[in-house]
Design a protein around this ligand. Structure first.
Ligand SMILES: C[S@@+](CC[C@H](N)C(=O)[O-])C[C@H]1O[C@@H](n2cnc3c(N)ncnc32)[C@H](O)[C@@H]1O
Length: 281
């Protein structure tokens, strides 16, 4: 398994500035797995907040597509869904994916989520997932995202909280892997515990109708997201090593041992809590 991961990372791998998750075929698979797992949760929140046909929606930091497929379905042929990301390679994957799904009301733009240059108050809904808490200094995107929504429009944030990330039976390297990932994020100015804080941030910003829904899953061996922690550690390999948090061989051995442990039929893992927060601006 480790050999397969290592093959995915080659000279074309991309690191944009401080963003810690290296781009590779494995990273595309990892993002797709996350999207698949949380798809029905995003879908039901879009229904709950009442996305209407014809709405103009933005998925900030959409990566390889984010929830633009769901936004497309909810807004219908008269809607417009924009996916924005800084990484052109991911946007190329997103465009091909949207085309393969026949999504006619979706398009992607390359831009910086901190300062998109998009017209203020021009969207009915702005969404981010795994961005405010993952992108270095990502909480600074919060104010900009709010400013892009029309008065009475909706913001919808889906961010993680790693507090209860666990597996059973326990593994001696689990905490090392988790602490390394968390400390890598902290070093870069990211906040992997942002999930619990968004309600307060929105409340203080004067938002109304704030909905909060923590989402958790229990994963058995064979389910792709089961390997999320070692895959994330591996995707952060270059950053972790350059920060001196782990030596390359130690990281590789940790990834390999955890992949093996998580593939045992009796092992159960409970990944981070994904906290969905939506509100009216
Ligand atoms: C963890 S991924 C999440 C992708 C997507 N939201 C999803 O849930 O599948 C975070 C994304 O933020 C993007 N990103 C990082 N810094 C950015 C910036 N300054 N502006 C826009 N996108 C950025 C990365 O390229 C990456 O695609």
């Amino acid at each position: 398994m480790q050999g397969k991961i290592a093959e995915g990372l080659n000279k074309e791998d991309i690191m944009n500035d401080a963003y810690p998750l290296a781009m590779s075929t494995d990273e595309i698979d990892r993002l797709r797995m996350q999207s698949d797992l949380f798809r029905r949760n995003a879908d039901s929140m879009l229904t709950e907040v009442g996305v209407q046909p014809g709405w103009r929606c933005l998925d900030l930091c959409c990566g390889i597509g984010g929830i633009t497929d769901l936004l497309s379905l909810h807004t219908g042929p008269d809607g417009e869904c924009v996916g924005l990301d800084v990484d052109k390679t991911k946007l190329d994957v997103a465009s091909k994916w949207a085309e393969s799904l026949g999504l006619k009301n979706v398009h992607f733009v390359q831009g910086d989520a901190f300062e998109t240059g998009l017209e203020p108050q021009s969207f009915d809904l702005v969404h981010t997932r795994f961005a405010l808490g993952i992108v270095p200094n990502g909480t600074k995107i919060f104010d900009h995202a709010l400013g892009l929504v029309r008065p009475g429009g909706v913001v919808f944030f889906e961010e993680c909280d790693v507090d209860a990330y666990s597996c059973f039976p326990e593994h001696p390297l689990w905490n090392l892997a988790l602490e390394t990932v968390v400390s890598c994020f902290h070093h870069l100015g990211s906040d992997p515990m942002l999930g619990r804080k968004l309600y307060t941030m929105l409340h203080r910003a004067g938002a109304t109708n704030i909905r909060v829904r923590p989402v958790r899953y229990a994963l058995r061996s064979g389910e792709p997201m089961t390997y999320h922690l070692p895959l994330t550690l591996f995707a952060m390999r270059d950053t972790v090593v350059s920060l001196g948090l782990m030596k390359p061989e130690q990281l590789d051995k940790t990834v390999e041992a955890l992949m093996k442990h998580l593939s045992a039929p009796a092992t159960l893992s409970m990944p981070f809590t994904m906290v969905q927060t939506a509100a009216v601006i």
